[in-house]
Design a protein around this ligand. Structure first.
Ligand code: MSP
Length: 715
């Protein structure tokens, strides 16, 4: 949302064709796609460029290894990227290949301009050359006589080469970055670049003699040389859109965002701006460097064989669940860890429980109670106010409805603002909060009862379902950029032809078509396959042999029962009476940035205001349970004092969201822990604190307190 109702040009790095697409590549492409779709939602004209980087030593070597010509190799590998993006629903506008004749000509034109301006000179050069990194290092830069980046051996080479006077732009570049604080994002990456620029900047060797490397773009001023692959590659961002305009006549260049991984920051933040300056071109607006996807806390690489194949993940879990996981899990700028278990957890909790259930409840209730037809409820309908039920008793739009309506509107602005700030994981969480609020609203309103109350009941049922459906529609429209296929399906189930017709305004829904009578958007997945064990011979992960739904994946030694339990600190945000059970409260808990509904049998023991705002300890991984019509996701730990009063265990100063562990027991939480499994790890009070056998429970801030006598049970 950089420039509302404006234009938006975004690029991914172009991918080397010496590799097959892996999750790191998929992430950048999906991120670019999601940002593009959000800009479309805001009404911007967009252009999304991706492609493949096909010249240079690595590609030549990969071709040699396969016994084919470099061009044959590129043709075969480039298409893998293009097809992977199509399968992952990545809607690029152009796929550039650096072997495209237009690109080759463009790079030669730029080099001619630089040559004519006297910005390129030739020099006899002797240095340490690293084949892996395709560049020279100075004696000082070597570490133990080896390439400081890859640690591989270097060769001493003496040859004539062409150099770009990059050093002459050093002061200009420092000033430019200072004047444009959001040029390099996130901020700590800008500081890294500024640190790098405190050292004197060298000139850039932009040629390779054909005698050593023939696979490249011939220099226009010396046919015995090809261009250095990075100079060739960086110009793709401009060659792809040379002379191109958006509808309305605005030039597509400069790019709004170049997305890149942190490993290629220097080339983008130092080489690229100076090359652009040399040819008098405007600068791109933002460089956005994201972190790495790690697997077992190590960078994925073909050599270690821990590469996750995005297409296998798509085949097992579906393209949208995979996209959702990547966007939800990586905080932009930081590294994130990939595991199938975490993906399954997200799929089951956010997508199956929250998103999918919300929709299917509304559809089922509308099908049975209203023949799958909803009538919009507006405060000022065409025939005058229709906010009163046919019987004229209580209003159809009361506090709960107004609250839901306001929550939906607040979510639209907060989520879009977070997208603008590139905090996509937080934007997505905001929308999930809205969807959870819809589920809570349905629980509180208990619409299943209304269907049995005649005509007046029907009018009320319609009003409740309309409000829930309208809030969900807005949530789905906001999630559409992340999960285009599933959200299209979800909107269609609400009678909306296409996401394009769904605005973010409350009340925009005209409810033309009938609702679908039922849909299973995200079926729950029972188990995750162990990704690390599934690597094929080519180092990629093959589709898991375990079909989702099979039980018993791991064969780990018998773990201590407590290690399976995941306890967390939560804060009580609100307390309501359970609609159908006298002893229960329905609590809304905040756990870090997440909220959950949990039922607790505390009504006889504590008043609402004694609970409100209190920090508690919850069983976080307990299997969700339906308690008399309210889905409860977790359980609060409490112990009974001598007078029989139940008190929640008290985590002291720990922050909401913090983990609670037992000293000396390594946690290995099990997803969907059953109550029986939880009971195998009995917790008891000792000296006013909570213990599991001889292990005391603690947070990073201290112990967990309990207002009960020694040996009292905590559960
Ligand atoms: N060809 C160059 C880019 C030239 S752009 C003018 C290149 N290609 S690459 O295929 O090696 O990497 C492409 C992108 O994938 C980089 O942004 C890199 O950071 C990203 N990733 C590669 N492995 C990754 C992870 N494990 N996690 C996240 N992204 C990573 O560099």
């Amino acid at each position: 949302m950089q420039k509302p109702q404006g234009t938006f040009y975004i690029t991914t790095p172009i991918y080397y064709v010496n590799d097959t697409p892996h999750i790191g590549h998929a992430y950048t492409s999906i991120l670019a796609d999601v940002l593009t779709r959000f800009h479309k939602l805001a009404g911007d004209e967009t252009f999304f460029l991706t492609g493949t980087d096909e010249h240079g030593q690595k590609v030549q070597q990969a071709a040699d290894k396969r016994g084919v010509t470099p061009k044959e190799h590129c043709d075969a590998y480039s298409v893998r990227f293009r097809e992977a993006w199509t399968q992952l629903n990545v809607g690029f506008d152009k796929f550039i290949r650096t072997t495209d004749p237009e690109h080759i000509r463009y790079v030669q034109d730029m080099l001619t301009i630089m040559w004519d301006k006297g910005l390129i000179y030739e020099k006899e050069y002797e240095g340490w050359y690293s084949v892996g990194e395709e560049r020279f290092f100075t004696e000082k830069e070597l570490v133990d006589g080896k390439d400081p980046v890859s640690g591989r051996p270097v060769e001493k080479i003496r040859e004539k080469n062409y150099f770009f006077k990059m050093s002459s732009y050093q002061d200009w570049l420092i000033q430019y970055i200072e004047d444009h604080p959001d040029f390099i994002l996130p901020e700590f990456r800008r500081n890294e670049v500024m640190g790098f620029l405190r050292q004197p900047l060298n000139d850039l060797c932009i040629s390779r003699p054909k005698s050593r490397l023939a696979w490249g773009i011939t220099l226009p001023f010396d046919a015995d040389y090809v261009a250095y692959v990075w100079v060739d590659a960086l110009f793709n961002y401009r060659s792809a859109v040379a002379g191109q305009e958006f509808p309305g006549g605005k030039s597509v260049w400069p790019a709004d965002f170049h997305l890149l991984g942190k490993d290629i920051l220097t080339t983008h933040a130092v080489y690229w701006p100076t090359l652009l300056k040399a040819v008098d071109a405007p600068m791109p607006r933002h460089l956005l460097a994201h972190g790495w996807w790690l697997f077992d806390n190590a960078r994925m690489s073909k050599t270690t064989g821990n590469v996750v194949n995005p297409l296998a993940m798509k085949d097992i879990y579906g393209v949208d669940a995979f996209r959702y996981f990547l966007i939800r899990e990586m905080v932009l700028g930081q590294d994130a860890s990939f595991s199938e278990a975490a993906l399954v957890q997200r799929l089951n909790s956010d997508l199956a429980n929250d998103v999918g259930n919300g929709l299917s409840r509304i559809l089922k209730l509308a099908a049975t109670g209203l023949g799958s037809r909803l009538t919009p409820i507006t405060a000022q309908g065409p025939g005058g106010p229709n906010i009163f039920a046919a019987t004229g008793d209580a209003p159809l739009i009361g506090d709960d409805e107004i609250h839901l309506h306001r929550t939906a509107e607040a979510t639209v602005s907060s989520a879009l603002e977070k997208v603008r700030q590139l905090k996509l994981s937080f934007a997505v969480e905001d929308v999930l909060q809205l969807i959870r609020a819809v589920n809570r609203y349905l629980e509180i309103k208990a619409p299943w009862k209304l269907a049995k109350e005649g005509e007046a009941g029907k009018a009320r049922l319609n009003a409740v379902l309309y409000h829930a459906a309208e809030a969900l529609r807005i949530g789905f429209t906001l999630l559409h950029p992340v999960m285009p296929a599933k959200m299209e399906e979800a909107l269609a189930a609400l009678g909306i032809g296409s996401a394009r017709d769904s605005s973010l305004n409350w009340g925009a829904w005209a409810a033309e078509g009938p609702l679908s009578s039922g849909i299973s958007l995200f079926p729950r997945v029972e188990t995750a396959a162990k990704t690390g064990d599934k690597t094929g011979g080519d180092g990629t992960v093959s589709p898991s042999g375990q079909s989702p739904g099979n039980k018993g994946v791991t064969s780990a030694p018998k773990a201590d029962p407590f290690s399976l339990v995941h306890l967390k600190v939560a804060q009580v945000e609100s307390v309501a009476d359970h609609p159908n059970a006298d002893a229960l409260y329905v609590l809304e808990l905040r756990i870090g940035e997440e909220t959950r509904t949990v039922c607790a049998g505390l009504k006889k023991h504590l008043a609402k205001d004694e609970l409100q705002g209190r920090k508690v300890v919850m069983v976080y991984n307990l299997k969700p349970a339906n308690l008399r019509g309210v889905e409860s996701r977790g359980m609060i730990l409490a112990a009974q004092d001598a007078a029989g009063k139940l008190w929640p265990a008290d985590p002291g100063d720990a922050q909401s969201g913090a983990d609670v562990t037992a000293e000396g027991i390594a946690p290995q939480p099990k997803m969907d822990l059953t109550l029986k499994e939880f009971e195998k790890a009995p917790l008891r009070v000792k000296s006013g604190t909570v213990w599991y056998r001889e292990h005391q429970l603690r947070t990073s801030q201290g112990v967990v307190l309990a207002k009960a006598e020694d040996a009292a049970e905590v559960r």
